[in-house]
Design a protein around this ligand. Sequence first.
Ligand code: UD1
Ligand code: CA
Length: 448
Amino acid sequence: MELKSLVLAAGKGTRMKSDLPKVIHKVNGIPMVEKILNELDKLNVEENILILGHKKELILNELGEIKYVTQEEQLGTGHAVLQAKEILKDYDGDVMILCGDTPLLKSDTLKEMYDYHKSTKAMTTILTSIYENPFGYGRIVKEGENVVAIVEEKEANEEIKAIKEVNAGVYCCNAKELFKALDQVKNDNEKGEYYLTDIIKIQVSENKKISSFVLKDNEEILGVNSKVELAKASKVLRNRKNKELMEKGVILIDPETTYIEDTVDVGRDTVLYPTVILQGETEIGEGCEIIGNTRIIDSKLGNNVVIESSVIEESIVEDLVTMGPFAHLRPKSHLKNKVHIGNFVEVKKSTLEPGVKAGHLTYLGNATVGKNTNIGAGTITCNYDGVNKFDTIIGEEVFIGSSSMLVAPLNIGDRALTGAGSVITKNVPAQALAVERTKQLTKLKWRK
Ligand code: UD1
Ligand code: CA
C-alpha cells in the first residue's frame, strides 16, 4: 500500500494540566499515541512518522525506536505537518494524518476511510462525525456533497457553530499535494497558529475535490484534551476489552468493576470476580477463578488456577495452583503445578516445585523448594544479612516445622525434617531431623 502515516504529537497539551506530554498519558494501560500506532500497524502502512516536540525525550523513552521529525516550536497543526516535508520530499504516495490524542479510532474505520478516499478520487478526504455537541471541534462547511472549508470553534460565527458535522482530525491526501497546499497556509487567525485545516480552503480554491468520510460510531472521535476526557477514553477502551474477552468465552461477573488492560489475555471459562485488576503483559489460562481484590501484573497463569485477594507481580503460576487470600508473589516467582500458598504468604524470586504447600504466614525469598514439600506456618527464609542476599535450597518431601527460621545460605536434603521453632543455620542432610531449641522446663504446681 502506497500509504504512510503522520501522527501529530508535538503539542504541549496545556489543558491536561500535567508535567507529562499529553500523548503518553495512558488509556486503559497504553500510552494513547502507542494505541494509535497499534491500530495503524493493522493497516499495513509503509511507515509511521511521528511529529514530536514538547518533551519529546519522554515520548521516545516510552515508545522505543520510532521514526520522527521534530517541531521545535508548536506553531499549530499545519506547521507540525510541514516539519515532515523534508523527510517525504521524494515520496509521491498518500499520507494519512492523525492526531496523537484520538485513541479510540479503530483500524477498520481508518481502512474504510482510505478505501473510500481511493474510490472517490478526492484530493483530500477528511474523517468527520455528526455530533450532537460539536463544541470545540472544527466544523465541516459543505456545498452540496463537497467540503469547502473547516472552521475552528474560535473562528466560527453562530451559523457555523450550528453545524453538527465536525472534523475528527484524520486526513488522507497525496503527499506532494499536501505540502503544496501547506506552503500557502497562513497564521492570520484567532490563535495565531498555522492550522492544518486551512489546506481545505486552499485546495478548494484550486478546484480540487474534498470528501468527508462520516464515522459510523461517534464514540471513536473523542479527542483527549483534559483528564476528564482521558477517563472517558479509558472507559470506552475498557468496555471494548471486556466485551472482546466475554465474546471469547471469559466470564466477568461484573464488567463494570473489572479492570483489564488492553495488553492482557484471558482464556475461556475463566471467571473474573468484581474488583479484579489485570495489568501489563499478563496472560491467564482457561478455567481459572480470580476472586476479588486481586491484582495481577506482567504475569503468566496456567489453567484452573484459583486466586483470592492476592497480588502477583512478574511471576509464573502453573496449572491448578491455589493461592490466597492475602498472598503476594513478588517478581521472579515460579509456582509449579498444584502448589498451594495460603494466607499471608509472601514469595520472592523463588521456585516452588509441584505440590509444595505453604499454608500460612510465611516468607520464601531466594529459595528453591522441592516437590511435595510442606512449609509449616510462620516459616521464614532469612535470606538477607543487611548487605547480601543468600539462597535456601530445600529438597523434595521435606517437612519444615512451624516457625522455622531458615538462615541462608542453607541446604536441606530430601525428606528431611526441622522441628517447630528451630533456628536452622547449618545444612541438614537428607532424611535427617534437625531441631534447635532448649529442652522444655516444666515446673509442676508452679501456680498456686
Ligand atoms: C484539532 C483540529 C480540529 C479537530 C480536532 C479533532 C486543527 C487546527 N484543528 O483541534 O479541527 O476537530 O483536532 O480532535 O487542526 N499538535 C502538534 N503541534 C502543534 C499543535 C498541535 O503536534 O503545533 C498536535 C497535538 O499534540 C495533538 C494534535 O496536534 O496531538 C491536535 O492538536 P490540538 O491542539 O489538540 O487540536 P484541537 O484543538 O483538538
Ligand atoms: Ca485535540
